[in-house]
Write a protein that binds this ligand. Structure first.
Ligand SMILES: Cc1cc2nc3c(=O)[nH]c(=O)nc-3n(C[C@H](O)[C@H](O)[C@H](O)COP(=O)(O)OP(=O)(O)OC[C@H]3O[C@@H](n4cnc5c(N)ncnc54)[C@H](O)[C@@H]3O)c2cc1C
Length: 423
């Protein structure tokens, strides 16, 4: 049977970074990727531009990581957002910082990121086997045996190694290759996989008005209510699409909203179209506008009230707003603008969500090395773990940091044990 030091399963952001770090430490690495090429998901990130990471310092960065940011701390400090930038700059993929401290490749081409990593892996001497669908991993004495079906069919092949790094991703966008097989590997070694659900995904309101689709709103507020209680409050930009409420704000509340829906809880979103004005100030502004056209709250006609509404809202939003508020009058206008309620009934599933929440339980993985607590040779990295981030480059940084730490730890462990044997 063929033998190598480390097998990496999955050629995404985490797997490629794990292989790079292990090779740089001096180990032989075989990377098995079931697609015909590595980085298929990277190519669709950031709308094809790839938001590689976010330059915020750890204290701020950590607030965007769920469910346990402390687990990521060691990995982040071992291979930080600055290290990620430095690496890309050193391999000929210069980076640039944009709004919200988001880091992108200067070319704004995600493909340059995936190709840059793959070229560097080849330069370091990695054995890349693409088209290799891993079907199982088992322990055989001192070694781990990874079985896979090669492209073109034939009998399954096997490769044995001292360490295996599972970097198979989660369940989101399965067309990119992430179909949850890493969870099967984890379970076969006795690992717990926590409840998985789509995150950073569109939330669909009941009786969703198709006229809303295509409207983008800037600087609005969004409050999430679960079973009538407020649980999250955010401000920023929101988009209505064919799938429902999304954009940065919609995505931010989707993690808690999806989980609540899956648990049969009542989920509502309250859209605040004027977050910079409190209710009293908005009431005063509406009164001023009514007075300016020579009318009063008691006598203003529906037509004139609509005219005022047009000065307060983007034009495309006026009709759906009026349709959603049939009893609108001068006295309830301000409250309606600050509290437009949407009952959420469903969400976009794994087929189009950005990230999977849940995964291999962090309790059974050592945060300082990414090594399994249940098998010394097994490591996990990337989205397969129960670790996810907000939009803004946080998820790729999770993949890069955990991948790099897994690669370095696995390599150092192997090299140290060899040194020990030689002594
Ligand atoms: C549309 C979209 C846009 C996104 N944009 C951003 C962004 O701009 N910034 C950001 O930070 N994050 C973004 N993300 C999230 C980010 O892309 C992921 O969290 C990250 O790529 C996860 O990396 P990974 O290596 O853990 O998993 P993946 O990238 O999913 O890689 C896993 C790899 O393992 C392979 N594999 C799986 N099973 C097997 C098997 N049995 N045998 C062999 N190989 C296998 C898969 O083919 C795949 O290539 C986006 C996600 C999506 C879907």
């Amino acid at each position: 049977m063929k033998r190598t030091d480390i097998v990496v399963i999955g050629g995404g952001a985490a797997g490629m970074m794990a292989a790079i770090r292990a090779l740089r430490e001096g180990c032989d690495v075989t990377l098995l990727e079931k697609n015909p090429f590595c980085g298929k998901k990277i190519n669709i990130t950031g709308k094809g531009r790839c938001n590689i990471t976010n330059s915020r310092p750890w204290q701020e960065f950590a607030t965007h990581i769920h469910p346990n940011s402390q687990f990521l701390r060691s990995a982040f400090y071992d291979f930080s957002n600055r290290d990620v930038e430095e690496l890309f700059n050193s391999i000929g993929v210069p980076t640039v910082e944009t709004q919200g401290q988001r880091i992108y490749p200067e070319s704004m081409r995600a493909q340059d990121v995936s190709q840059g990593l793959q070229d560097y892996l080849e330069e370091l001497g990695a054995e890349l086997i693409c088209g290799a669908d891993v079907v199982g991993v088992r322990r055989d004495g001192e070694l781990l045996v990874t079985s896979f079906c090669a492209a073109g069919g034939g009998a399954p092949e096997a490769i044995c190694s001292e360490a295996v790094i599972v970097a198979t991703g989660g369940l989101s966008y399965p067309t990119t290759g992430s179909t949850g097989f890493g969870y099967e590997i984890a379970r076969s070694f006795g690992h717990t996989v926590t409840e998985c659900f789509p995150s950073l995904t569109a939330l669909k309101p009941r009786r969703y008005d198709p006229d809303l689709s295509g409207i983008d709103l800037e600087n609005v507020g969004l409050n999430l209510f679960v079973d009538g209680s407020p649980v999250q409050s955010e401000e920023g930009d929101l988009s209505f699409t064919d799938n429902g409420i999304e954009g940065a704000l919609g995505f931010r509340v989707s993690r808690k909203a999806v989980r609540a829906l899956n648990h049969g809880q009542k989920v509502e979103l309250e859209l605040d179209l004027k977050p910079s004005l409190n209710l009293a100030k908005l009431e005063a502004r509406i009164t001023r506008e009514i007075t300016a056209i020579g009318s009063s709250r008691a006598t203003i006609s529906d037509t004139k009230l609509r005219g005022i509404l047009r000065t307060l809202l983007p034009q495309k939003l006026v009709k759906p707003f009026l349709d959603a508020h049939p009893g609108l009058n001068a006295d309830n206008l301000a409250a309606s603008l600050k509290g437009w309620f949407f009952k959420i009934e469903s969400y976009t599933g794994y087929e189009r969500c950005v990230v999977t929440a849940g995964g291999v339980s962090l309790k059974e993985v050592v945060a300082k090395s990414m090594r399994s607590r249940l098998d010394d040779g097994l490591y996990f990295a990337g989205e397969v773990l129960d670790l996810d981030g907000d939009t803004g480059g946080y998820n790729l940084q999770i993949a890069f940091s955990t991948g790099a730490l897994a690669g370095r730890s696995a390599a150092q462990r192997i090299l140290n044990s060899r040194e020990g044997e030689g002594a």
